[in-house]
Design a binder for this molecule. Sequence first.
Ligand SMILES: Nc1ncnc2c1ncn2[C@@H]1O[C@H](COP(=O)(O)OP(=O)(O)OP(=O)(O)O)[C@@H](O)[C@H]1O
Ligand SMILES: Nc1nc2c(c(=O)[nH]1)N=C(CO)CN2
Length: 203
Amino acid sequence: MTAFSTEGQSDPTVQPVPAAVVEQVDAADTTLSNPKRAVLSLGSNLGNRLETLQGAIDALEDTPGLRVKAVSPVYETEPWGVAPGSQPSYFNAVIVVKTTLPPSSLLERGQAIEEAFDRVREERWGPRTIDVDIVAYADVVSDDPQLTLPHPRARERAFVLAPWHDVDPDAQLPGAGAVADLLTGIGDAGVLPRADLELRLPE
Ligand SMILES: Nc1ncnc2c1ncn2[C@@H]1O[C@H](COP(=O)(O)OP(=O)(O)OP(=O)(O)O)[C@@H](O)[C@H]1O
Ligand SMILES: Nc1nc2c(c(=O)[nH]1)N=C(CO)CN2
């Protein structure tokens, strides 16, 4: 923490920096020198699903202050939360990133990527070219509806838990327990590994 001090201050025209500002700057510095680990879920069920998932991964890697550290296998999954047969199947994957962006900026970046891939928002859980959800950000827990952490429905979604477990078998969902146990609890029906397909970890 930077010390706030007026001691030895000889120039009376120099205003002391308010303690609140010092605190904010220190917090930003800490974030910059201390990247956080975040887990993102990617899903696509419109257009060229594999190409779009790869495009989103590459766009995330191109983000200043963000590096993609792991990319899961691809799963073909039944649309969750909607009537069976009412939508095309999804391709889903999970990536692990390290980032100096705070959670709100990471959300903004994900939403900008959704827009760049022409995502249309018409109905809840409607079909989409790309969905970027923040599953977890370090061990942050928040019930802010703009950004709920961990993602409130992640624990119910095998299309999130299965690929997450692949890239991190020891993963914990903050506040909910081991991903392995959550996955055993809900099962992996409707979530099929597509070993014939691959997403690249950007270089
Ligand atoms: N962890 C989170 N990740 C992404 N968006 C979130 C999160 N928590 C809250 N939101 C908010 O949810 C809003 C709706 O997001 P979106 O349209 O992607 O939902 P969805 O993907 O259709 O459904 P679901 O939230 O069940 O995955 C966003 O505008 C965002 O502010
Ligand atoms: N299989 C599958 N179903 C979904 C998905 C998804 O990514 N995959 N995303 C949703 C909203 O985030 C709603 N339903």
